[in-house]
Ligand binder design. Structure first.
Ligand code: C2O
Length: 547
């Protein structure tokens, strides 16, 4: 492959949205940041220079990082942050996946504005497993705050409550004109120009911190061809559902002869919580010779339309003729059952400090609320055998078994109390892992987008309510299950995933709703070295940031 080398300069940018100027952090002065476009097999070198006032790291979301884990990026998991004034060069290659991924800051809430697309095309001499599109474009669904997102996070953490929702949703950085009065249609709205009859490969990325989205285009439908840079069997739909971290590649046929059509998105809200901002974000699909001046608006599903979301998310299957497909491992070395959801912390044993909920929100996996170290990254502690930074006693089963999804007011309040830890699950190199993920309903239920660094996993089955092994096993798709790096586990439900731990290092597994991450909704896998040079983590690069 070729080498693609570039520089990312992170610095303050004054951006005008919703009638006001706001100072944000941005890469190379743009929102969204620059797209990285590569071919499968290429080597990527990105020099990150931090001219911002914040600590920064960059994560290459969905990249396998085989033996390059020093470039993975999650702050204090694999690396210490790049301090203001500092720099670090990320080097990795993109082998074994084609489609759309993205990059984002993995430090505090910076990724609200520090993000961009990572586009991987087939290597020379190879093609997409579908007709070559006439046009390609990227649609990033995001959020905008009339504030510095790090301030929003810090305020929420300081009072232990849920943070403010975004002030607007965005497409490619713009709220769109429709429900945001300061945006005029002529500018500040993303437009995609097409000609009748063209086929467009649309790369849809959810770059938002805290919202899943429904996405539609008026009078048009889609054929899904890839998710999370893994090919799928072609799937026809007129609505896309996408959670933070996920990508969906669709073919769009420009089947109209003329006119203006809104592309529109609004949140899919699975939690029973007040929706704070119900605005729709829009962009415009523009044909030549439009006679009307007002674009046609699609009919989005209701905010809480879980059946539509579930149908879309469960109907996707892997394309097993893809050159990158490998069959599902038939045997499992590590069977895990992980409960996850929201809870409380720092409140003493029985809520005496605050009375009701929201004294201090926390979240956990198997009742452990993940705490990041501050003096050294977990990966470096593993590599250098530094003790006291993490433990490897993450439990394979939850500490308490109860009816996870039917919680009455009289449940044992101690269940809410999470324990802080930096507890990892140790895996032998190349072992196969199956995880049952079970959403608990202690403080509400919600569709949580769970993201695993460093691997795609197979989604064998998913459903609502309590996981029931006797029934679920017969539902397992062992033939062509979708492969993802981020899975929205059904609200108040469960999912079963499987992966092969064929990459040594420390791999973060966490909820990609950014609000849940500082509350502790994460854990990490420590994959041991395998004993050959091809299965042993090399030393860190010379410029690796220190804490
Ligand atoms: Cu896209 Cu750990 O993140």
């Amino acid at each position: 492959g070729d080498t693609v080398e570039t520089t990312f300069r992170v610095a303050n940018l004054t951006a005008n949205r919703l009638c006001q100027n706001q100072v944000i952090s941005a890469v190379n002065g743009t929102l969204p940041g620059p797209a990285l476009t590569v071919k499968e097999g290429d080597t990527v070198i990105v020099h990150v220079i931090n001219n911002s006032p914040y600590n920064v790291t960059i994560h290459w979301h969905g990249v396998f990082q085989r033996l390059t884990q020093w470039a993975d990026g999650p702050e204090f998991v694999t690396q210490c942050p790049i301090r203001p004034g500092g720099n670090y060069t990320y080097r990795f290659n993109l082998t074994g996946q084609v489609g759309t991924l993205w990059w984002h800051a993995h430090s505090q809430w910076l990724r609200a504005t520090v993000h961009g697309a990572l586009i991987i095309r087939p290597r020379d001499g190879q093609n997409y497993p579908f007709a070559q599109p006439d046009l390609e474009d990227t649609i990033m669904l995001g959020e905008w705050w009339n504030a510095d997102p790090n301030d929003v996070e810090n305020a929420a953490l300081a009072n232990g409550s849920a943070p403010a929702n975004a002030d607007a949703y965005t497409i490619n950085g713009w709220p769109g004109d429709l429900f945001n009065s300061c945006q005029s249609i002529s500018n500040n709205t993303y437009r995609l120009n097409v000609a009748p009859g063209q086929t467009i490969l649309l790369r849809i990325i959810n770059v938002a911190l805290n919202n899943q989205f429904f996405f539609k285009i008026a009078n048009h439908s889609f054929t899904v061809v890839a998710i999370d840079a893994a090919y799928t069997n072609p799937y026809q739909t007129d609505v896309i559902v996408i959670g933070p971290g996920q990508t969906t590649d669709v073919l769009l046929t420009a089947n109209q002869s003329q006119g203006l059509y809104y592309m529109a998105a609004h949140p899919y809200v699975s939690a029973v919580l007040p929706i704070l901002n119900t605005n729709i974000t829009t962009a415009i699909l523009v044909y030549p010779n439009a006679t009307q001046t007002t674009p046609i608006l699609p009919d989005l599903p209701a905010f809480n339309d879980t059946p539509t979301a579930h149908t879309f998310l469960t109907n996707l299957t892997a394309l097993t003729t893809s050159p990158f497909w490998s069959p599902v491992p038939q045997t499992v070395d590590e069977n895990m059952f992980i409960t996850f959801g929201l809870g409380l912390s720092d409140c003493g044993a029985n809520l005496s400090c605050g009375g009701l909920f929201f004294e201090r929100m926390a979240a956990s996996m198997n009742n452990l609320s993940f705490a990041l170290p501050t003096s050294v990254s977990i990966l470096e502690a593993f590599y250098r055998n530094i003790s006291g930074v993490y433990t490897t006693d993450f439990p394979d089963q939850p500490p308490t078994v109860f009816d996870y999804t039917n919680i009455s007011n009289s449940f044992d309040q101690n269940l809410l109390m999470t324990n802080k830890s930096t507890s990892l699950k140790r895996l032998r190199f190349n072992s196969t892992v199956q995880i049952v993920l079970q959403n608990t309903a202690l403080i509400g239920v919600e569709n949580h987008p769970m993201h695993l660094h460093g691997f795609n996993f197979y989604v064998l089955a998913q459903g609502f309510g309590n996981y029931d092994a006797a029934n679920a096993t017969s539902m397992f798709n062992m033939v062509n299950p979708q492969e993802r790096n981020t899975l929205g586990v059904p609200v108040g439900g469960w999912a079963v995933i499987r992966f092969r731990a064929n990459n040594p290092g420390v791999w973060f597994f966490h909820c990609h709703l950014e609000v849940h991450l500082p509350w502790g909704l994460g854990m990490a896998f420590l994959v041991e070295n395998g004993g050959t040079p091809e299965s042993t983590l090399p030393p860190p690069p010379a410029d690796f940031p220190q804490c």
